[in-house]
Design a protein around this ligand. Sequence first.
Ligand code: GLN
Ligand code: ZN
Length: 779
Amino acid sequence: MTAHNLGYPRIGDKRQLKFTLESYWKGEKTVEELEAVAREIRYHNYQTQMNAGIQLLPVNDFAYYDQVLNMSTLLGVIPSRFRQKSYNIEVAFRMARGRAPSDDGHVCCASHASSKSKAGYAGAMKKWFGTNYHYIVPEFEQDTVFKLTDTRLFDEVDEALHIVNDGQNVQVKPVLIGPVSYLFLAENKETTISKLSRLPELLVVYQEILARLAEKGIEWVQIDEPILSLELEPEWQEAFVQAYGVLAKAEVKLLLASYFETLGEHVSLVSCLPVDGIHIDAVWGKTQLAEIVDAIPADKVLSLGLVDGRNIWKSDLNHALQSAKTAKQKFQDNLWIAPSCSLLHVPVDLDSEEGLSNELTGYLAFAKQKLSEVTLLSQALAGHNVESQLSENAKIIEARAHSSMVNNEAVQERLAKLDSIALKRQNPYTQRVKVQKPKYNLPLFPTTTIGSFPQTAEIRQARRAFKSEQLTEAQYVKQMQAEIKDVVDRQERMNIDVFVHGEPERNDMVEYFGEQLSGYAFTQFGWVQSYGSRCVKPPIIYGDVSRESAMTVAWSRYAQSLTNKVMKGMLTGAVTMLQWSFVRDDQPREVTCNQIALALRDEVLDLEAAGIEMIQIDEAALREGLPLKQRDWDDYLRWAVNSFKLTTSGVKNTTQIHTHMCYSEFNDIIQAVADMDADVITIETSKSQMTLLDAFVNFHYPNEIGPGVYDIHSPNVPTVEEMVVLIEKAAQNIPVERLWVNPDCGLKTRAWKETEPALENMVTAAKILRERFTLNPSA
Ligand code: GLN
Ligand code: ZN
């Protein structure tokens, strides 16, 4: 029995890597200082894993920025705009972050500074298989040639071997992303070469890498093929046969790792591959465990990922042991135990937390604690006497199930009666619009914003001071009200049609609500890497969710009292609340989502009663929640859409429901978006030059749409003309009486100095079109 690990968080227990990287990028630290911190983190991680009893240490799970970027630089997949004579770490950072024109020390004049040939835009970033981690998409060009380039992998293997040799009976296990997944994740750029036709050349470099690792005495290499969680076209399945037929010749043993989902229909494909071992996700893919155990030949290693690498709950060890029993009988010593996937996706160490209740702490396990679970399981399976730990674990699991902290009878009763709540609005949109239009009497092309306004240093300072009790509640409220008054005045001056209060009281759109809902907890150090040096600290949904009292009504009511214009109420939708949190694993996500939706429903009705007549419910993460396998989409979309309807269906016909979604491909979810039946949806479309709108046009989306007319990620102030062009483009395809004019997203990361002129231009652009269409309605 072997206890091993697939990967450990690399940010450091106090986010050391983040802070050092950011100082390095600012020029405040040297590359040597950066490397020293990285070495220290790796050393600490190896020690932690060895101390916990991990017998095969993952190496190359470290990355300054991203593990997919590591593969690109290792394989020499460097976009032509960043190529230079010799490779160094700066090249990798430019691939990830782009190269500012000033990088070349050549900013003699504005025309040079903005010249495209000097600046290199950053590589695209994509979400990593439904986690909240983002990788840098490899780019293939016509002249891309695979060639061993960055040698960091080998240096880190040497370093780890050195550390391990000083220590116990532990092996170094380098981790690579497999060739098929790497090709799959890459994107072609102006090239006629198909990705799959590059496989043979790519395999040559992989062989070279494996040979070098063998020379160093490496026995096992973990080769990650996460695309095995997806439904794959036959040619991609075939690519596995081809790839591993070649790589099997290497002098090292290969552990093929799949994670995040079941293997689906790939079970027989995977069991026939000539690799020495197979790792499967036995948590997120547990439904297929028996089938897989049966299919994989007994002379291979089977690694069971029994400890959830994507969530923060203590494992039910007895249950895990039970499910590993048949595997043990068949594989004996060839059975390995591991977390389900790399621990990259969970916070580092629960021991750092001081603010959580003892009870909740007892139910949790972060990366470090999960290592001990892995070794305990492996000891139990090896027949060691760990009875007392196992019965201790059983008690905790039992306590959690019956805890009064977790269970809230009132919530459960309400949920049981869900069927009695109508999910439909009183009337369909076609009738609602007939009462809404005269009521609001908005001009054509009504202007609005998405919710937040610039979060100035003073605002953030005030929130901090209130949190640390340096400001009394009365002082804090007064200051926030002043901020709200300021943004109302500005919107009056700019002549925007539908107002927002600006969200100064919100640090984060999920945290703000989570902090007021019961069933939610917040950690101090529960950081998880999102991309590069960016980390997020997802809240923990541990219990039945309920709303203690109104969460936004006082702010919205105050804001509305300052103006005759309509003030939009602003809430974060249930799916987004779920998607950006660690969610309890003891009930279906759908149930937790409905609990949040019920709490939001109460908030919506309270807002309506307080005279707030337009209410926006942001569902920025709706699309991100799509399951990895397309066959599971319908079920997810059903409950996701229903939770939105549960949130909104109680309002009067005259109350206008808005929703907002950040940049997403809408084509494959457009039916679901329409089913949500929001009166108005605002989306991010400016960067795509409105092409994202096509999904709505082709679908004949029936309700109102506000396609974003300017990119809020950039400090550029868009000109009136640019926005006129975009609105015209939208107006050619969407009936003008259903078009709104707004920025792409919230403005909290922007400064006033660019926000105000941008919004003024936006209002002017709307006016120009208004005149045009009023003079000539068929324009
Ligand atoms: N209302 C939020 C804001 O404006 C929406 C943010 C988002 O969609 N990410 O900040
Ligand atoms: Zn957005």
